[in-house]
Design a protein around this ligand. Structure first.
Ligand code: UN1
Length: 478
């Protein structure tokens, strides 16, 4: 069985005890054992990152390119094997898991290129004879805290820009998916990263994550996860003047208008709400549908939802894998019970038995809901979507904007006028026209507003806003 160790300085080390990495499709299967860190080990990792920071900050772009490019090639070459690991520890169906691994490889290659593409500005000063240079420098040591729902893509999309822009890293992946993060770190280390540049600590969010984000050696923290944890991280970092980037929840609306192509609407809803078992912060969890098309849409969607095959993540015909663990499964079932109590009508959403003992839940569609119900206000993070019927476009837009979140918002329409209006007025960082709210490109900015996100955007060229700081240099050549 694989041992997932910590990486501290140039060493792979064990820790105080270990925790099994259990397969949610078959809870008898232990995928690996992850060492557990304590506060002393986290301190050793942050010190190692600090000690390596200066040299890596002044490494050349060619060296950073080569490491990231080689690691990206390695991830892509091993996508089938890493896809199986991801599917086994997280429960994402194998095709989606393999695609996520490929995305991680592409992200590494994109940021390899970014290392070579850095630019600055050279301007004349307002004072005669002087010139001004505006350049970018690494922030220093970054602490990265990643969730379980994208076990390799999210670590890659934080680690790759951190390294490309010259920072050193301590990564704390979710304790539910230690395997993919460990493989990613192994690949980057083997690609030639100097000792101490990339460190890895395993353990719980409360203890190990808490120690990491409050370490005085950590200059900036990038986190993806819940709103409550994100806010506590901000509370730990902001008073010390340390930089934070938070990607938190979503309650993303997919608006379906009367003029929509129903095939497009149903496909966008199925993909957005149920792929990855609905466990995406970008999931289309609220379907806001105008009156004229409501019944036809609901009828066709319910039929599709009933036909989605739930099963083991490695079974080739599975469309919806298991829920990640029993805690999340209970949360999904609790929300469905609350929705029913509040007057919603639930189709699906039942525990299902398969050949292997796993956390299987049939996808759920809750119809007849109104915007004030908890199912339309709070993030569930499961294969659950609710439908809100509205009178017209104006009511749909108001409903779409009615939660505290602002990550992704979609509209399905054949009207250019509504599409453009929605894109301008949706209170969200990402807008999708005739496409699911989830499933984003790796080379463009990712993020939202209000309770969903805080700090600069992730991904693409915008990632440098978080991972660098600006220096303005005045030169009088004399
Ligand atoms: C996607 O929809 O492709 O945790 C990415 C999440 C997001 C990533 C979603 N940070 O679900």
């Amino acid at each position: 069985m694989d041992q997932y160790l910590h990486r501290v300085g140039g060493e792979w080390v064990g820790g105080s005890g270990s925790v099994p990495d259990v397969n949610p499709s078959d809870t008898r299967e232990v995928v690996g054992e992850a060492a557990q860190a304590d506060a002393a080990l986290v301190a050793a990792a942050t010190r190692a990152a600090r000690a390596a920071a200066d040299e890596w900050a002044h490494s050349g772009p060619q060296q950073r390119f080569e490491v990231l490019d080689a690691a990206g090639a390695q991830v892509l070459a091993r996508r089938a094997e890493l896809g199986r690991l991801l599917a086994s520890e997280e429960g994402k169906p194998i095709a989606e898991a393999t695609a996520e691994v490929a995305r991680a490889g592409q992200i590494l290659k994109y940021f390899a290129g970014e290392a070579l593409r850095q630019t600055g500005d050279l301007l004349p000063s307002v004072r005669p004879g002087l010139s001004v240079e505006v350049t970018r420098e690494p922030v220093g040591v970054v602490g990265l805290v990643t969730p379980w729902n994208f076990p390799i893509a999210i670590p890659a999309w934080k680690v790759a820009p951190a390294l490309a822009f010259g920072n050193t890293v301590v990564l704390k992946p979710s304790e539910l998916v230690p395997g993919c993060a460990t493989e990613l770190v192994r690949i980057l280390v083997d690609a030639g990263l100097p000792d101490g540049v990339l460190n890895l600590v395993h353990g719980s969010g409360a203890e190990v994550g808490g120690a990491l984000v409050s370490s005085p050696d950590v200059d900036a923290v990038s986190f993806t996860g819940s709103v409550a944890t994100g806010r506590s991280i901000a509370a730990a970092c902001v008073p010390d003047g340390r930089k934070v980037q938070l990607e938190m929840g979503g309650k993303n609306p997919l608006v379906v208008l009367d003029d929509a192509d129903l095939d497009v609407a149903v496909s966008a809803a199925v993909n957005g709400a149920y792929f990855s078992t609905g466990q995406r912060c970008t999931a289309s969890s609220r379907l806001v549908v105008t009156e004229g098309v409501h019944d036809a849409f609901v009828e066709r969607l319910a039929e599709r939802v009933r036909g989605l095959r739930v099963g083991h993540a490695l079974a080739p015909d599975t469309v919806v894998g298991p829920v990640v663990d029993d805690r999340q499964l209970r949360k999904d079932l609790d929300y469905l019970a609350i929705a029913a109590q509040e007057g919603g009508e639930v189709v699906g959403g039942e525990r299902v038995e398969r050949d292997t003992p796993g956390w299987f839940l049939s996808p759920a569609l809750v119809t007849g809901t109104t915007g004030d119900m908890r199912i339309n206000r709070e993030e569930v993070f499961g294969p659950v979507a609710s439908v809100v019927r509205v009178a017209d476009y104006d009511a749909a837009l108001a409903e779409a904007n009615a939660t505290e979140f602002g990550l992704s918002a979609g509209v399905v329409t054949t009207s250019l006028r509504y599409a453009k209006h929605f894109a301008r007025h949706a209170r969200a960082g990402m807008v999708m026209v005739n496409a699911p709210t989830a499933g984003v490109d790796p080379h463009v900015p990712f993020g939202g507003s209000r309770a969903s996100s805080y700090g600069p955007r992730e991904q693409g060229a915008y990632a440098r806003e978080f991972y660098t700081t600006v220096k303005t240099t005045y030169v009088d050549p004399g």
